[in-house]
Design a protein. Structure first.
Length: 160
C-alpha cells in the first residue's frame, strides 16, 4: 500500500555522504519539527534524473526554502558513494540533502518501489515528490510511469 497524505514518514535510518565519509541519519531527525520537501528518483546519473529532476530542485531550492521549507531532500536507491558523487557532479552544495536508500527500505516502507529487474536495474524508487510537516505527509505527487510533471521542482513550488 502506498503512502498517502496524512501518513507519517516511517522511522528509519538512511545514509548521507559527508566530508568525513558516510553518516547514518534518521528520518526522525530529518523530519521532526520541520517542513521538508523530499523527492525521489529512479536512479542517480540516469537521464531524466540528471538532466531535469535534480537540477530543477537545485535551481529552485532557495525559492522553496523561502516558502518556509527547512530542507530539500533527494532520495535514490543508490549507495551513499554514488549519491555523494552525483551531488558533486550536479553542484548541489548545501542546497539539497542527498540521501542513500541503498536497500530500498524507505522506498518499500512508503510503498513506492518500482521493480526494474527486467531492465537490469533491480528494485528502484518511483519518481515522486512530497511535502511533510513534522513528519506527516501534506502533499504527495507520484509520477505515472515515464512521466515528469507532478514531481518536478516547479510543481512542488506551486503546491507549497
Amino acid at each position: 500500500m502506498s503512502v498517502k497524505v496524512g501518513d507519517s514518514i516511517p522511522s528509519m535510518k538512511l545514509m548521507m555522504g559527508t566530508a568525513e565519509g558516510p553518516k547514518e541519519v534518521s528520518t526522525d531527525d530529518l523530519f521532526k519539527g520541520k517542513k521538508v520537501v523530499m523527492f525521489a528518483v529512479p536512479g542517480a546519473f540516469t537521464p531524466t534524473c540528471s538532466a531535469k529532476h535534480l537540477p530543477g530542485f537545485v535551481q529552485n531550492a532557495d525559492a522553496i526554502k523561502a516558502k518556509g521549507v527547512d530542507s530539500v531532500v533527494c532520495v535514490a536507491v543508490n549507495d551513499v558513494f554514488v549519491m555523494g558523487a552525483w551531488g558533486k557532479d550536479q553542484g548541489v552544495g548545501d542546497k539539497i540533502v542527498m540521501l542513500s536508500d541503498g536497500s530500498a527500505a524507505l522506498t518499500k516502507a512508503l510503498g513506492l518501489e518500482l521493480d526494474l529487474t527486467a531492465r537490469g536495474l533491480g528494485v528502484r524508487s518511483q519518481r515522486y515528490a512530497l511535502v511533510a510537516e513534522n513528519g506527516k505527509v501534506t502533499h504527495l505527487a507520484v509520477e505515472a510511469p515515464g512521466g515528469f510533471e507532478v514531481s518536478k521542482a516547479e510543481s512542488i513550488l506551486a503546491a507549497i
